[in-house]
Design a protein around this ligand. Structure first.
Ligand code: KIV
Ligand code: ZN
Length: 522
């Protein structure tokens, strides 16, 4: 049986905490798209960004606020009036706006703005009161709560409730806690803080020790009724609690943990794949719920058991998360309807324009490859090129073999104009990357270059991931093609395009990178 007391609110912070992780920058259009998907799948609260961090963040939060249909739209702000005012400006047009304000309360975090406990207590009172005067839905977070002295943590929560916060978030900012401690902390706050029953307690767990999901579920057992999480567990360092994990755990274990969320779980796979594409963070094969192998059964015993009764080796059905069991390949004679149907079964619902574009690329691939498998289609969709890209690969011819040096002839469109060159290198990929560097000189450093075969066979597509770094900014790019060198060139250019977006975002005075969480001063 479920009653309101057992309703757990899902607060998604993919677009704020998730996007903050090095290299996961999303474009404005991508943020709007992800927000729409979150809204559509039933996320209760979307943290759409950190409005003071940059003009881009402000615009994204404002536009998401204007468009959202049912989700509450929340923006993050440090504990100062300027941040809070900017946040309100961005969220105020939402049907249901929320201001989220925070300060680091642990000894380590208090030391940075150099505030005494009393000074910090006053700051919390003033900031929550200020936020509450603007918006009737205010969330307070005591950052690094799990390493904050108990008495002081309790005091901060008391003050925030008295000042009018309606949600109290208890972050495990560095992923330090463990499940028993996580449940106890929430239960003790609820038991000892005045008027605890008038607010919702929330949990926000990072995954540094691999316990984020377990800690979030334990916090629910302790009385938390809001879980903060991200799609695919995207987030700073080892990431956050993964939305798909907590939601599916609550669904699968409903007999033991009788809590409900409002999430339509059949939308999980689709959004997971889209976030992987736009963030440039591929999902690891063995990741719970959304990994490629999450429903794959290889050993004879497992396969035999599955054929007799799937529950022998599965706690949930692939359909529950929006996957179909079918693996029949498409070929060059397959039409648009078959492609649309296959993509829907794989969890991708496409608009007509998107389908048109994918269909052209599918036909091109099917001309080169006898059978187009599910993974080929997923790789195709993951090619996250955008019309706004400053650099576009127009042509590439590579000469390679035993008698080097290898040579790449390239045509690259830069800001709408074609430029060409020839470059040599130590191997075809090196020659190709040298050609890009010659046409578009840059200081970005290649941090990672990875190639995987998407399927089996010598005509398999290669999927290439590239990570680049420039002045502390990181961007990743991905691409797939039956020609490994072409895939490499496109992935490199894709990473470079993302780095350019990040560079623009970090123009002086507008960079999230410059915003220090502990800098709470006005
Ligand atoms: O990890 C954290 O503490 C945060 C806060 C801003 C809520 O992300
Ligand atoms: Zn966080």
């Amino acid at each position: 049986m479920t009653n309101d007391k057992n309703r757990v609110l899902i607060f998604d912070t993919t677009l704020r905490d998730g996007e903050q992780s090095p290299g996961a920058t999303m474009t404005h259009a991508e943020k709007l798209e992800i927000a729409e998907m979150l809204d559509d799948m039933g996320v209760d609260i979307i943290e759409a960004g950190f409005p003071i961090a940059s003009e881009g963040d402000f615009k994204a939060v404002s536009e998401i606020a204007e468009r959202a249909s049912t989700s509450t739209i929340c923006g993050l702000s440090r504990a100062n009036f300027k941040d809070i005012d900017r946040c309100w400006e961005a969220v105020k047009h939402a049907k249901s706006p929320r201001i989220h304000t925070f300060i680091g309360t642990s000894p380590l975090h208090r030391a940075i703005p150099n505030l005494t406990m009393d000074e910090m207590a006053d700051r919390i009172h003033d900031c929550v009161t200020h936020a509450r005067n603007l918006c009737d839905n205010v969330q307070w977070s005591s950052m690094d709560a799990t390493r904050t002295e108990w008495d002081f943590l309790k005091r901060t929560v008391d003050i925030a409730i008295k000042a009018g916060a309606s949600t109290i978030n208890i972050p495990d900012t560095v992923g330090y806690t463990e499940p028993v401690e996580s449940a106890d902390l929430i239960a003790r706050l609820i038991a000892e803080v005045d008027n605890a029953d008038t607010v919702i307690f929330s949990t926000h767990c990072h995954n540094d020790l691999g316990m984020a999901t377990a800690n979030s579920l334990a916090a629910v057992n302790g009385g938390a009724r809001q879980i903060e999480c991200t799609i695919n567990g995207l987030g700073e360092r080892a990431g956050n609690t993964a939305l798909e994990e907590v939601v599916m755990a609550l669904k699968v274990r409903h007999d033991i943990m009788p809590y409900d969320t409002g999430i339509d779980t059949r939308k999980i796979m689709n959004i997971s794949r889209r976030v992987a594409t736009v963030s440039g963070f591929p999902v690891q094969f063995n990741k719970a719920i959304v990994g490629k192998n999450a429903f794959a059964h290889e050993s004879g015993i497992h396969q035999d058991g599955m054929l007799k009764n799937r529950e022998t080796f599965e706690v949930m059905k692939p359909e529950d998360v929006g996957l179909s069991g079918t693996t029949l390949p498409l070929g060059k004679h397959s039409g648009r309807a078959a492609l649309r149907d296959k993509l829907a079964k794989l969890g991708y619902e496409m608009g007509d324009n998107e389908l048109k574009d994918i269909f052209v690329r599918f036909k091109d691939l099917a001309d080169r490859k006898k059978e187009v498998f599910d993974d080929d289609l997923i790789a195709l969709i993951r090619q996250n090129n955008s019309d706004d890209d400053r650099l576009k690969l127009k042509d590439l011819t590579v000469i390679c073999g035993m008698n080097g040096p290898q040579k790449a002839d390239m045509v690259l469109e830069i800001d709408g104009e074609d430029h060409s060159t020839s470059a040599t290198g130590d191997g075809p990929v090196d020659a190709t990357f040298n050609a890009v560097k010659a046409l578009f000189p840059h200081d970005a450093r290649l941090q990672l270059y990875q190639v995987h075969a998407v399927t089996e066979g010598t005509d398999a597509q290669a999927t290439v991931s590239v990570r680049m770094e420039e002045d502390g900014r990181i961007a990743t790019g991905q691409s797939a093609d039956t020609d490994t060198v072409v895939a490499s060139a496109m992935a490199y250019i894709n990473a470079l395009n993302r780095l350019l977006v990040r560079r623009e975002k970090s123009a002086p005075g507008s960079d999230v990178k410059e915003i220090r969480y502990t800098d709470a001063g006005e």
